[in-house]
Design a protein around this ligand. Structure first.
Ligand code: BT5
Length: 258
C-alpha cells in the first residue's frame, strides 16, 4: 500500500471541507498520499452530520487520501494510524502526552484536542483530522471568553503546551510536517499482519477508554453500557455488558467515571 512514498500537499485558504474535496479527488482517480489542508473550513465535518469548528487560520485541518488493500472490517485501523500519529506529533511539538478515546478522539485528560473522520468510498479512504493548535486559547487568554459553551471541553496545543517559560504557540505547518512523518511510518504498518497487530497494541496502550465504564450509542437507537475491556486487532472495542462481550465497530462513547 503506502510503501513509504511521499505525500503531496495541496494547501487552500478556504474549502467547505477538506474531506469533501479529497473524496471528490479520490473519485476522479487521485493517488494515495495526496494531502489537502485548509486554513478555514466553511462546513467542516464531524461524524454523523456533526460539525467541526475552527476559526480561520487557527488550527490544523487536513485530510489524507489512502488506498489501503484492507478488508472492510479492518478499515478502522486507518483512524488508529492517524490517531497514533497525531499523539506522537503533539508530543513532539508541544511536549504533551495526549491519550486516545475510542473511536476517533485525541484527548488531553477529558478535553478534546483533535478529532478524526475517516470516510470510505470504493477503493479509497479519506482520513481527515482537525487538531486544535491556537484555538481554543489558554484560559484567560485573548478570545477565551468567546468560546461557545458547547466547545468549552475542547483544548488546544497552545492551551496545553508544556515547557520552560511562557506557553509557546506551536506552528501549524511544523505540526503538519511532523504529523505526516509519523503517519508515513504507521501507514507502512497497515500493509502486513504483524504491522496491524503493532498498531492495535500501540493504540491499546494509550487508549483511555479501555478499563472504563462506558455507555456506547450505536446506530439506530441502541445503546449499551458496560466495561470497556480491550481493543481488537481490527481496532474495535470490546465491551463487557454483563450478559456477553460485545464487539463494537462504530459508536459514540461516553466515559461514565473519570
Ligand atoms: C470528529 O467528529 O471528531 C471528527 C472531526 C474531523 C475534523 C476534520 S477537519 C479536516 C477534515 N475535514 C473535515 O470536514 N473534517 C475533518 P465527532 O466525533 O463527531 O465530533 C464532533 C463534535 O466535536 C462536535 O459535535 C462538537 O461537539 C465537537 N467539536 C467541534 N469542533 C471541535 C473542536 N475544534 N475541538 C473540539 N471539539 C470540537
Amino acid at each position: 500500500m503506502y510503501g513509504g512514498g511521499r505525500f503531496e500537499v495541496r494547501r487552500f485558504p478556504e474549502l467547505d471541507s477538506t474531506n469533501r474535496y479529497l473524496l471528490d479527488e479520490a473519485r476522479a482517480g487521485a493517488p494515495e498520499g495526496l494531502v489537502v489542508t485548509a486554513d478555514h473550513q466553511t462546513a467542516g465535518r464531524g461524524r454523523l452530520g456533526r460539525r467541526w469548528e475552527a476559526p480561520p487560520g487557527a488550527n490544523l485541518l487536513a485530510s489524507v487520501l489512502l488506498r489501503p488493500t484492507l478488508p472492510l472490517e479492518q478499515l478502522h485501523l486507518c483512524t488508529v494510524a492517524m490517531a497514533l500519529a497525531a499523539r506522537a506529533a503533539a508530543a513532539a511539538v508541544a511536549g504533551i502526552e495526549p491519550v486516545l478515546k475510542w473511536p476517533n478522539d485525541v484527548m488531553v485528560g477529558e478535553r478534546k484536542l483533535a478529532g478524526i473522520l475517516a470516510e470510505a468510498i470504493p477503493g479509497a479512504v479519506v482520513v481527515g483530522i482537525g487538531v486544535n493548535v491556537a484555538w481554543p486559547p489558554p484560559d484567560g487568554g485573548p478570545g477565551s471568553d468567546q468560546v461557545p459553551p458547547a466547545l468549552r471541553s475542547a483544548t488546544s496545543l497552545w492551551r496545553e503546551a508544556r515547557g520552560p517559560g511562557p506557553q509557546i504557540l506551536p506552528d501549524v505547518g511544523v505540526l503538519l510536517d511532523v504529523l505526516l512523518d509519523e503517519l508515513g511510518d504507521r501507514l507502512n504498518d497497515l500493509a502486513d499482519t504483524e504491522g496491524r497487530r503493532r498498531l492495535a497494541s500501540d493504540y491499546r496502550r494509550v487508549c483511555t477508554t479501555v478499563g472504563r465504564e462506558v455507555t456506547v450509542s450505536l446506530s439506530g437507537d441502541e445503546t449499551v453500557t458496560g466495561t470497556a475491556l480491550d481493543i481488537t486487532v481490527e481496532g474495535h472495542l470490546l465491551v463487557d455488558i454483563g450478559a456477553c462481550i460485545r464487539t463494537i465497530t462504530a459508536g459514540d462513547v461516553v466515559h461514565l467515571r473519570i
